[in-house]
Design a protein around this ligand. Structure first.
Ligand code: IVH
Length: 667
């Protein structure tokens, strides 16, 4: 094939593949079998391999995921990506309607759309070609995730007209794909995603587009950023134009003549929510006429012409089939409701903590009851109430046992506490929970060692104490259920890496009563080595500002125990680092900007967790606190920063974005 023939064949394949892709992913109405699409795609890839110079950025072959990136580039949004004010009930919507009418008069139409629960993205097209896609970021600056977005089949790489424009939409993971992904992750011993939104965000934040390509993401485009330049006069016409250009818009939208009509839709969508193939968390209500939108304008954060109606937390009914007791790391017994599995807010729920016996009495919960459950903050399942009228008489009262269900020793109630406790230090449940704590993210942070693997190792008697973790052999791990070669090697590497952790992780991981993460840090900073901490007297300890009597007693008692000394000696012999690797506070009065300042971290950062950012800032001499006040020097706002950011702005406190923080870390 000569170059000219290749060129024209490529052109024809582009058109054919784009059309099939559009029919399949946007219209949901394919005209050819998948095999035909695959055949043409293979042909295209082959020609492009033979003539690499003919491979263009908008080639349909780009959808399989190209080059791995080192980092995402920053993108300044030409038009800021704002968020929406919230309405939680009918009254909030009526207030919104009143505010709108005060400005534009009585004649208002509203478009009502589904509020898709995903991740806002911006897509730029030049002369009809998709050239750049970005995350929202802080609204002003986002990240360039073009390569990942190209893998979303419903995003056109070339529009039906050669226009230049920027559109906004919500990228999301359909419920089915989410379930399949989590199933696969659990097979591979990977932590499942909490909900489809996190899964979508996690997928689009991968530097390797091949991962995003496998995740079956989708998009609904909901607005044209520079709509003023398109000639349309209303938002609903804008949506129509998006359809005509080949975008996928959500067809559930309605044009309403009054706020009453809007309100009459709320129930309908609450009812239909569980049946939709994607997650929604509310409705978005927008003034339809563009000239009215313009008149209404914007506040600092959001348009005055739109509002988000948030659904109340989804509540579902199920049966409470049993109450199980779990013994925690400190011996506290927690009752857990075992539920008939039920879907709520994006995942299947089988258990819900009941916290303690008092709560069971307060809510009058019996085994066999029909109960209403919801997810608090859309994450943590809880029993809301019992449907007493559904009782049949077969329900049973629940009583706390007198003995520990795991080791049989007598339970005690510590004065002033609601909880019952097993005080046997050899209780297997406590040992197992202690091991789970040791490997957890904020302690030794051993990837791939979660509750499930620890429980298996413990049940197979491969580990009895934390030192045993460092003696595990490849063969032993390979014998475990669901452990392949690759996960075994990953796990062994993670265990090995954890040996280098700075001392505070080890101190926290040991699980000394009353010693939390923060105290562990202080102890590591002050004593610098495990030896010195082990030898510390109560006086040495209480001399430190943050350490009280109760904690000091607990630390001294802990290290006086012979078994503890033995385990620590063993850990040393196994090669674990026993020294603090951070910077001492006094020494860090460097020229770092953070030094001596009080800083609040809020929102989600893309390059690191808040905990990691906190550690770095502290190492540079800054103090990180939880709430914004007049004493705060600086707020560092990540994505989806909320009330703390607003407060900072009100108090005129300096606000940085993540990029600025990273810059400071590197300087
Ligand atoms: S319109 C000026 N329409 O909800 C902002 N947003 O806080 C205009 N969202 O960040 C947003 N579905 O990610 C709009 N049909 C829809 C939406 C929608 C989901 C998200 C969007 C935005 C957030 C609002």
């Amino acid at each position: 094939m000569d170059k000219q023939t290749a060129q024209s064949r490529i052109q024809a394949l582009h058109e054919q593949l784009n059309q099939y892709n559009y029919e399949y992913y946007v219209l949901d109405n394919p005209s050819v079998p998948d095999s035909e699409y695959d055949r043409l795609m293979q042909e295209l890839i082959q020609i492009e391999e033979a003539f690499p110079e003919l491979k263009s950025a908008d080639s349909p072959s780009q959808r399989v995921g190209g080059q791995v990136l080192d980092a995402f580039q920053k993108v300044e949004h030409r038009i800021p990506m704002l968020s929406l004010g919230n309405a939680f009930n009918e009254q909030d919507l009526r207030d919104f309607d009143r505010r709108v009418k005060q400005v534009v008069g009585e004649n208002v139409q509203y478009t009502v759309e589904l509020k898709i629960d995903g991740l806002a993205v911006s897509l730029r097209y030049e002369n009809g070609v998709f050239v750049q896609g970005a995350t929202r970021g802080d609204g002003t600056t986002g990240e360039d995730i073009t390569e990942n977005l190209k893998t979303i089949r419903s995003i056109p790489l070339r529009l039906k007209k050669d226009v230049t424009l920027e559109v906004r939409g919500e990228a999301f993971m359909p419920k089915k794909s989410f379930e399949a992904l989590n199933e696969e992750r659990s097979k591979l011993n990977e932590e499942p995603f909490a909900n489809p939104r996190n899964a979508a965000a996690g997928s689009l934040r991968q530097l390797d587009p091949k991962i995003a390509a496998k995740r079956n993401l989708d998009i609904f485009v909901y607005s044209i950023a520079d709509i003023g330049e398109t000639g349309v006069t209303s938002h609903s016409e804008g949506l129509q134009l998006l359809d005509e250009l080949g975008f996928k818009t959500n067809k559930e939208r309605r044009l309403c003549q009054s706020i009453d009509e809007v309100i009459s839709l709320l129930d309908e969508f609450v009812q239909r929510r569980p049946e939709l193939p994607y997650e929604i968390d509310g409705l978005v209500i927008k003034v339809d006429q563009l000239n009215q939108q313009e008149e209404l304008g914007y506040t600092a954060k959001s348009p005055r012409w739109a509002i988000a109606y948030k659904f109340p937390a989804e509540e579902v009914v199920t049966k409470l089939v049993d109450i199980e007791l779990t013994v925690g790391r400190t011996g506290v017994l927690t009752p857990t409701a075992i539920l008939e599995p039920v879907r709520v807010a994006g995942t299947t729920v089988k258990r819900a903590s009941l916290h303690n016996e008092d709560l069971i009495r307060e809510k009058d919960i019996k085994i066999g009851d029909t109960v209403v459950i919801k997810k608090a903050g859309d994450i943590i399942p809880e029993v809301v109430n019992v449907l007493v009228e559904k009782r049949t008489g077969d329900e049973r009262d629940f009583h706390m046992p007198k003995e520990c269900p795991e080791c049989g020793s007598e339970l005690v109630r510590i004065e002033g506490e609601v909880a019952l406790r097993c005080v046997n230090p050899k209780c297997p449940a406590q040992i197992r929970e202690g091991l789970i704590h040791f490997v957890s993210r904020n302690a030794m942070n051993i990837d791939g060692l979660g509750e499930r693997v620890i429980t298996q190792l413990f049940n197979h008697q491969l580990i009895d104490d934390v030192a045993d973790l460092y003696k595990l052999e490849r063969g032993q791990l390979l014998n475990l259920e669901r452990m392949g070669e690759k996960s075994t090697d990953n796990l062994l590497n993670a265990i090995e890496r954890s040996k280098e952790n700075s001392l505070e992780r080890l101190i926290f991981g040991l699980g000394i009563r009353h010693v939390g993460e923060k105290a562990a840090k202080t102890l590591a900073e002050q004593f610098e080595t495990m030896d010195r901490l082990q030898q510390a007297t109560k006086e040495d300890l209480v001399a430190i500002n943050e350490i009280g009597e109760k904690m000091a007693d607990s630390i001294v008692t802990y290290f006086a125990n012979d078994e503890v000394s033995e385990v620590i000696q063993e850990l040393k012999d196994l090669g674990l680092n026993m020294a603090y690797k951070g910077v001492k506070r006094e020494e860090s009065l460097s020229d770092s900007y953070f030094s001596g300042k009080t800083i609040v971290l809020t929102g989600k950062y893309e390059s690191m967790s808040r905990n990691e950012a906190k550690a770095q800032i502290e190492a540079l001499g800054g103090k990180v606190t939880g709430s914004v006040s007049a004493k705060t020097d600086l707020v560092i706002a990540g994505e989806a920063a909320g009330s703390k950011l607003t407060k900072a702005q009100e108090l005129n406190i300096e606000v940085w974005d993540e990029a600025r923080m990273l810059q400071e870390f590197q300087s």
